[in-house]
Ligand binder design. Sequence first.
Ligand code: OSB
Ligand code: MG
Length: 372
Amino acid sequence: MKLTGVELRRISMPLVAPFRTSFGVETTRDILLLRAVLAGPDGESEGWGECVAMSDPLYSSEYVDASADVLRRFLLPRLFAAPHVDGAAVGHLLEPVKGHWMSKAVIETAVLDAELRATGRSFARELGATRDRVPCGVSVGIHDSIPELLASVEGYVSAGYVRIKLKIEPGWDLAPVRAVRERFGDDLLVQVDANTAYTLQDAQHLARLDEFGLLLIEQPLPEEDVLGHASLAKLIRTPVCLDESITSARTAAAAITLGACSIINIKPGRVGGYLEARRIHDLCRAHGIAVWCGGMLETGLGRAANVALAALPGFTLPGDTSASDRYFTADITEPFVLRDGHLDVPAGPGLGVTPLPAALAAVTTSTEWVTA
Ligand code: OSB
Ligand code: MG
């Protein structure tokens, strides 16, 4: 197939509630969607992708304006110039461009979606999914007070979420975890995510989380501090999970070898796409490292792909694959609905979902058509 054109579409989606982490507060998701049009022997086919880059470079160095820029100026021209493009080829064609994993991921996903749609195959099947529904966790932001936090967690627990992830930062760690344990008991699956807010100097303090029987602590130290995580893992009993530090199968292999983590959060956008995400899954499976599917407050489009990935056999922990209504009052696809703590894996061709035209139009802030 040949890539003939790409639509870059920006949408603005208010969140149902502000989402606060150690790196900032999000109230509206400003998202870049990409629609790829390919021409093949059997005619035209199109596919969609959702870029997970956020408005500001606070979670990672990537941000949504930069993503549109690098796609327009450096990534799409390489693909337009290629005589043959398919999902498996995108990564190789874009390899000369350093970094920009989220931007590479969105075009690879859209090309895969187009290719799979053209042949009637589902994304989940193509990736190697072995389940038709996945258990879901929820990521709970930092709140202004413990009572407000407990009210939020209560809502999620009664909705059926099987695992609670609490965002933490210095000053908001032991007390919220203790309060959640006291209120909901020891059987609730609970984990914490620091988004790089600590240093190795905080090891003694973080060891005080040991008594709460957490599933894991996610990314306590800076992105580049893989060695620090290896040291920390020896000083605390809570299993260390990496998010920000894992940008490829290579960095995952290094982190595992160094003993920096015993669990990995796989976010396809952060590692350049679903094919690299699957490589990390395979690597972790071979090493006995548990993985789970992270999230970046995606719409139903990105969620469909994440849920497909989370259905692979090595995803043995519940992911941040929450239902549409945890994020938005109106999603741009048919909403993902939690049933018995699970989401169904889409089974239709490609991603199995497409944006609903009216819903998409209602949130669109700009569109741009890019061709060779
Ligand atoms: O660190 O996992 C994270 C959201 C945006 C950026 C980083 C993270 C998150 C979440 C939310 O924790 C996960 C989700 O529900 O999509
Ligand atoms: Mg995280």
